[in-house]
Design a protein around this ligand. Structure first.
Ligand code: NAD
Length: 321
């Protein structure tokens, strides 16, 4: 029997598919220091992780029975992927399963920003019953998203999902991507109709300078931030910026400076430098809508991730005995 350790958990949909096909699944979390011993003792053939468990060269060398390493989600920073592949191990992930969830979080931040929800949710519990009129005045200068321009930097899976929702809201979309020159954005409606838009990508300077809001959907490569003081300088005064990609893609010091100087009006952040201990100055900043890296953390995404991993595992063992 093929034995699977889902060390950071897997959705019920994934467990059901695997068990129906005769696989054994354990979701007991084994701490990192005991992982090698446990995998060998229990003779697991598949190790599934999210971001918490590290799958390094040492573990790969010490656990020869492992045939598949699976990552629920996108980033593979916690797995020595090339080394695993060189040892004949199949490495799988689920790159599209969470795109819609991240795209929706972008709009949660956008709506929060333009109507100051991030701040009114902090102030109402403190003075809502005594200073209602003052608070009402403070948050009275909101704006609509409709008719504004959203600049999408990184026009891959998530960037294109974001474009669909922006178009649905009546926003204009500008996109920049290092490799993608054009994309066909197909919007499906609830009644089975659909409509397609062709979006040609543009140079980053055009996107930065012509957008009311910038949202980032590209990988982090190297140490240098993609958006630093110079890029913020190109943005419209009073614009907003959202990062749901990876910490370090925005220079956090330059961002706080731009917010303090009112070059930018607001920001929305799901990812930070130095996670899980982000800067307290960022966390307390009164112009930032904050979430603790929950872009992919919806029930629907977790269900899709589990089901996708299960299907890939079954396909692999069906083809390879
Ligand atoms: P993707 O690979 O489909 O798209 C990324 C795009 O960025 C690609 O089209 C690529 O050509 C482009 N790109 C790469 N380098 C670039 C550069 N320097 N300048 C401009 N474009 C560049 O990836 P995706 O699935 O859309 O994910 C995007 C980001 O979202 C990733 O960083 C991923 O780690 C992150 N993410 C975050 C969460 C979360 O929980 N917040 C969840 C899932 C993904």
């Amino acid at each position: 029997m093929i034995k699977i350790l889902a060390n950071d958990g897997i959705s019920n949909s994934g467990i059901n598919i695997l068990e129906k096909n005769g696989y054994f699944v354990s979701c007991n979390h084994i701490k990192q220091s005991a992982l090698i011993e446990n995998i060998n003792k229990e003779k697991y053939n598949v190790l599934l992780v999210r971001s918490a468990t590290k799958v390094r060269k040492e573990l790969i060398d010490a656990c020869p029975k492992i045939k598949i390493i699976g990552r629920g989600g996108v980033g593979m920073d916690n797995i020595d992927v090339d080394y695993a592949i060189s040892k004949g191990i199949k490495v799988i992930n689920t790159p599209s399963a969470s795109s819609n969830s991240v795209a929706e979080l972008v709009f949660a931040h956008l709506f929060s920003m333009v109507r100051y929800l991030y701040d009114s949710n902090r102030q109402m519990p403190l003075t809502g019953d005594s200073e209602f009129k003052d608070l009402k005045k403070n948050y009275a200068k909101g704006i609509e998203l409709s008719g504004k321009t959203l600049g999408i930097i990184g026009f891959g899976r998530i960037g294109q999902e974001v474009a669909k929702k922006a178009i649905g809201l009546g926003m204009k979309v500008l996109a920049h991507d290092k490799f993608i020159k054009e994309a066909n954005i197909k919007i499906d409606f609830f009644n089975g109709d659909n409509i397609s838009f062709k979006v040609n990508t543009q140079d980053i300077k055009t996107v930065l300078s012509k957008s009311n809001f910038i949202t980032l959907h590209l990988p982090k490569i190297g140490e240098k931030a993609i958006i630093g003081a110079e890029e913020i300088g190109l943005m419209k005064t009073g614009a907003g910026i959202i990062n749901t990609s990876r910490g370090g893609i925005i220079d956090e010091t330059a961002l706080m400076f731009a917010l303090d100087k009112q070059k930018l009006a607001y920001a929305g952040l799901d990812v930070y430098d130095n996670e899980p201990n982000p800067s307290i100055h960022l966390c307390m900043h009164n112009a930032i809508s904050l979430t603790p890296h929950i872009g992919a953390a919806t029930l629907e995404a977790q269900e899709r991730i589990g089901a996708e991993l299960a299907t890939q595992i079954i396909k692999h063992f069906n083809n390879n005995g």
